[in-house]
Design a protein. Structure first.
Length: 276
């Protein structure tokens, strides 16, 4: 949908223009701004790992339209009270649950258009020592978030692995805390992802951090009533949406899933680019 919107918007321009393209889709912006789509095209619509690129027909049209104009790409946070973004989603700024809760800053820097918030939001990111978690940290930082790491321990035998994950997070240059969630994991009905996210939310509240982050693969969508829905990720081969769909609405409203819009090939290219 986002890629089609990009194509159709540029088709409305009858002559070459200087375009400021703002979107909440990292998939579209990275595919064009970082040159990923051009690389896929050169390789016969193959990713660097040899897997087929998704939506090659749409990407070909996007590259054709991009070549006609001079484009500046700007990422904005989706469903975060941003007036133009909320209008595209069929919501007024007042309908944003985050804005109503006073968690987003309404003030934009003078002359910045609508891409820069005055204050930097913070994310408590779950770390497990994986490359995926490291990539998620860098994506969040590129999006303008201040990231603090958190390693969640659910059982005593995970202590050594938790220490390794903490060191890996600190190697990224971020602070990282250890969270002992063994008691949560032993509670009746505790299953799936619930203990991990409950521990993250408790710690985030104590630290005064608005969001929690995860390298789980899924996407989130919020409707006009502020109800959050978990959607499958772009890469169907790694789909955590079923487990995440069981989380309560108050958790989903604070959850960021930076990897959901990328497939395995995209993430591999990004990890290589970031030297992770």
């Amino acid at each position: 949908m986002e890629l089609t919107a990009f194509i159709e918007a540029l088709r409305q321009l009858k002559e070459p223009c200087e375009v400021r393209y703002c979107s909440d889709s990292q998939y579209v912006i990275n595919g064009l701004q970082k040159g990923w789509a051009k690389g896929w095209k050169r390789r016969g619509w193959k990713k660097s790992d040899g897997s087929p690129a998704l939506n090659p027909d749409l990407w070909a049209q996007a590259l054709e339209q991009e070549a006609r104009h001079t484009i500046t790409y700007v990422w904005v946070k989706g469903h975060a009270g941003h007036p133009e973004n909320e209008r595209c989603a069929g919501r007024s700024p007042k309908q944003s649950t985050w804005r109503e809760a006073g968690n987003m800053n309404d003030t934009f820097l003078p002359g910045s258009g609508f891409d820069t918030y005055e204050s930097q939001d913070k994310v408590l990111m779950q770390m497990d020592g994986s490359t995926e978690a490291a990539v998620a940290v860098r994506i969040l930082q590129q999006q303008g978030f201040a990231v603090v790491g958190a390693v969640v321990r659910l059982a005593p035998e995970q202590a050594e692995a938790a220490q390794r994950a903490k060191k890996a997070a600190e190697a990224l240059g971020i602070e990282c805390i250890l969270l002992n969630a063994e008691a949560l994991a032993q509670q009746p009905g505790a299953a799936g992802a619930w203990p991990q996210f409950a521990a993250l939310l408790t710690a985030a509240d104590k630290l005064g951090i608005q969001y929690i982050g995860s390298s789980s693969r899924a996407r989130l969508e919020v409707d006009t009533d502020g109800v959050h829905t978990v959607l499958p990720p772009v890469d169907a081969a790694r789909d955590d949406s079923t487990a995440l769909a069981a989380l309560p609405q108050e958790t989903l409203a604070r959850l960021l899933l930076p990897l959901g819009e990328f497939d395995a090939g995209d993430l591999a290219e990004l990890a290589q680019e970031l030297q992770l």
